[in-house]
Design a binder for this molecule. Structure first.
Ligand SMILES: [Mg+2]
Length: 247
């Protein structure tokens, strides 16, 4: 059976950099992805936690099929869904409320990502930081089960609850040119594991990049090995993910 290829970006196609902006796309990678995409009849997509617009920036001039923000937004054959602000009316109301109620707080930043919103308080005073955390918790509560709150270091982000990389890959696999192929997914971290499980359940192959416990059946040591594999497949070598080393 022919394959459909799904690729995480950071830590899979590109080496992790000190800051997200600093990642470097290696010479030849974009051309190899385009060649491989044609070989796969168009069944190749990037599956990332970043917004699709950032992926486009790194892979310009290519506009590959992609899922961004861990599956919140998805683009196939140029059609974008899920990531537009107007797809999220209830969230819009809470973004406005957060902007209004955080206005008196110094150094509290509301980052409106369209389909999600992050409240940052790293530089705020302890009392303003506490207030910011309370505000984002209240907003998440008001939104109910369709959204969830991810608390990080001095940041709280409200994201759509049902979006995952697993859901995004299954959505691609339900449509041409992906349908009827065997999914192959390469990723490198925890957020990829849920999709490793679903891909295997559906008869596909999951490939973990780098160390660590994994649900994937296969493993590659680092992004350089991924790029070498893509180059060889683009050059016409047989596409046989089952021949890769076991995880
Ligand atoms: Mg990654």
């Amino acid at each position: 059976m022919d394959c459909a290829l799904f690729l995480d970006f950071d830590g899979t196609l590109v080496d992790i950099a000190p800051t997200p902006d600093a990642v470097k796309v290696e010479e030849g990678l974009i051309e190899n992805l385009e060649t491989l995409r044609r070989r796969l009849g168009g069944a190749l997509a990037i599956i990332s936690g970043r917004p699709i617009a950032q992926i486009d920036g790194f892979l310009a001039p290519s506009l590959l099929d992609a899922a961004g923000l861990h599956g919140v937004e998805r683009r196939r054959d140029g059609d974008l869904e899920g990531g537009r602000p107007e797809d999220h009316p209830a969230l819009r109301a809470q973004v406005e409320r957060l902007q209004r109620e955080s206005a008196p707080l110094a150094q509290v930043l509301i980052e409106d990502k369209g389909a999600s919103v992050a409240v940052h308080w790293r530089l705020a005073s302890p009392s303003d930081a506490e207030r910011a955390e309370t505000l984002v918790k209240q907003a998440a509560e008001a939104l109910g089960g369709d959204y969830r709150l991810q608390l990080g270091k001095a940041v709280g982000e409200i994201v759509p609850a049902k979006a995952t990389k697993a859901v995004a890959i299954r959505a691609f696999m339900a449509e041409a040119p992906y349908a009827g192929r065997r999914a192959v997914f390469l990723g490198d971290d925890k957020t990829d594991e849920i999709a490793f499980v679903s891909v295997a359940e559906d008869g596909g192959v999951a490939i973990r990049v780098g160390d660590g416990d994994t649900a994937a059946a296969r493993r590659l040591p680092d992004p350089a090995a991924v790029r070498a594999l893509i180059a060889s497949w683009a050059a016409g070598e047989p596409i046989d993910p089952d021949a890769l080393p076991p995880a």
